[in-house]
Write a protein that binds this ligand. Structure first.
Ligand code: F6P
Length: 532
């Protein structure tokens, strides 16, 4: 087991020696600390100096990475080996943004990838130049992406982040929730004549997506569209041709992707069609380029200078040795307001695992709880707990140096808050400003919270692509250290199956007896109170 290996034990011993060290003392001892513990890739600066690390820590973390054969695993991932051992699949999201042939099962996947990209280019151009119109001859105005999980969160996060690049005049809407409120509230403002629906589902079987897709089609037909017009207003993105055709969308209105693309790694595939429609294909390609450059860096840079590797290892240090159970994502950037939700799926669905690749029960922590909010808003909500609560947390602060929105001094104020908070979380406050007297206990701010800062020049498509790929690879790095498979998600199956069974039982008004008394009682209360 990992916890008994030499590299782990060495870190354990080192932790005992360093755990009482104050971050502010580390800075006082070494003026070069920022230069030593920060890395630059293109325009992205990763500063991990506000973590309890020394040269020795880095050396020991790198030894752990070597012990776990991280370099070998990176090669296996990028080469297209079946790293997803429980589903016998590769995880070739890097092939979606690459330019070199990649062989999977003896076949180069690159031509297929390029064909779909060309199909996306043709389609988006035809929508943008008005060649493809709605059934009444009006150009499309609204795009509704119906999907869930990876078929929703990635495109949603990116279209929000790249709003300044939307010069197309198209409005994008995202429907994921089964709750009819989301679909109804969206549709009530839309005109079927000018609305294009994208049904995005890798499997084309997800309960939520299929139900929403059927309801959207019913709305379309009931509000002026005809069954024949459906073909021009509904496109599908999936790996499942049969299910798409069964739903009534012809293969020619379908954008294909492949089993070797995991749902939460799929925004680079045709699942990104809503992004391309929103910001144009050139910008979508820039997003791919940014990710490709991060892939190359991840594959080639020495471990100590490798951003995803160091971000992953710093996380391991916090989670497994400082017992951090909650990690906060704090973008000081309104455009990145869906980044925490996107990373929740990426990190927790990937690394929320309790058995190793070999099925052995794990005796160490894996993914922490990931959550977050735009920085400044969080300051007036939950930062109090950071400063004076009892939880140990770690946090990623993210911001761009340049804003797309030049309203007076807003951006300088925004960044001032970013820097102030990372400083406050590290130093805390123990005495009055002139250090003359100690503060009363309720005013003391203990500090010593570890934060990572990620600063980039501007949130453009290319930088965003690199940032997302940085997090994808960080998750992979941690999975390698923990010896878990980050590419399956068997845990989500049980709830889905139970919901299928329970939905049938909710069709009648009989008293329920087939579950535990709590579930029976809840179902009966619902049946008695659901009205019509
Ligand atoms: O939540 C489980 C999951 O399988 C995710 O991994 C996936 O992104 C999501 O459901 C949606 O799946 P699909 O794209 O097949 O509808």
């Amino acid at each position: 087991m990992l916890t008994r290996t030499p590299a782990w034990q060495a870190l354990h011993t080192h932790h005992a020696a360093i755990s009482k060290t104050k971050l502010c003392d580390l800075f006082q001892k070494d003026e070069q600390r920022f230069n030593k513990f920060s890395l630059l890739f293109n325009d992205i600066l990763l500063d991990y100096s506000k973590h309890p690390v020394t040269d020795e820590t880095v050396t020991l973390l790198l030894k752990l990475a070597q012990q776990q054969d991280l370099e070998g695993w990176i090669k296996r991932l990028i080469r297209g080996e079946r790293v997803n051992n429980t589903e016998h699949r590769a995880a070739l999201h890097s092939a979606l943004r690459g330019d070199d042939p990649i062989f999977f099962d003896g076949k180069d996947v690159l031509p297929d990838v390029k064909n779909v990209l060309q199909q996306m280019t043709d389609f988006t151009n035809r929508i943008h130049n008005g060649d493809l119109k709605g059934y009444s001859g009006k150009p499309f105005r609204d795009i509704v992406n119906i999907g869930i999980g990876g078929s929703d969160l990635g495109p949603l996060m990116v279209t929000e982040a790249l709003k300044p690049y939307n010069k197309t005049g198209l409005n994008t809407h995202f429907i994921s929730n089964l709750d009819g409120a989301q679909l109804s509230e969206t549709l009530k403002n839309l005109n079927p004549e000018t609305t294009l629906f994208i049904i995005a589902s890798k499997t084309f079987t997800s309960q939520e997506t299929m139900l929403n897709a059927r309801s959207a089609r019913e709305w379309f037909v009931a509000n002026g569209g005809t069954e024949t017009a459906v073909a021009g207003h509904f496109v599908a993105i999936s790996t499942n041709v049969q299910a798409v055709e069964k739903f009534g969308i012809s293969a020619k209105n379908m954008f294909l992707f492949w089993d070797w693309v995991g749902g939460r790694y799929s925004l680079w595939s045709a699942i990104g069609l809503s992004i391309a429609l929103c910001v144009g294909m050139e910008n979508f390609k820039q997003l791919l380029t940014g990710a490709k450059e991060m892939d190359q860096h991840f594959s080639n840079a020495p471990l100590a200078h490798n951003l995803p590797v160091m971000l992953g290892l710093i996380g391991i240090w916090q989670i497994n040795f400082f017992d951090v159970k909650t990690h906060v994502i704090l973008p000081y950037d309104q455009s990145l307001h869906r980044l925490p939700a996107y990373l929740q799926q990426l990190e927790m669905e990937s690394n929320g695992k309790c058995v190793t690749r070999d099925g052995e029960r794990i005796d160490y922590s894996t993914s922490p709880v990931i959550w977050g909010e735009q920085g400044v808003n969080g300051q007036h909500a939950f930062y109090q707990l950071f400063h004076q609560g009892t939880q140990r947390i770690s946090a990623d602060f993210l911001a761009s140096c340049q804003s797309h929105y030049s309203i007076a001094d807003h951006h300088r104020w925004l960044l001032a808050n970013f820097f102030a908070q990372t400083e406050a979380m590290m130093n805390g406050r123990h005495s009055t400003e002139n250090e003359k007297e100690a503060l009363p206990p309720y005013k003391v701010i203990p500090g010593n919270h570890a934060t990572t800062s990620i600063l980039f020049k501007k949130l453009d498509p290319k930088t965003l692509g690199s940032l997302i790929a940085l997090y994808e690879h960080k998750v992979f790095v941690q999975s390698v250290i923990w010896n878990i498979n980050p590419f399956d998600q068997w845990g989500v199956e049980l709830g889905k199956q139970l919901a299928e069974k329970i939905e049938k039982e909710l069709k009648n008004d009989e008293s329920t007896s087939s579950h535990d008394s709590s579930t029976n009682g809840l179902m009966d209360y619902f049946k008695a109170n659901r009205g019509d």
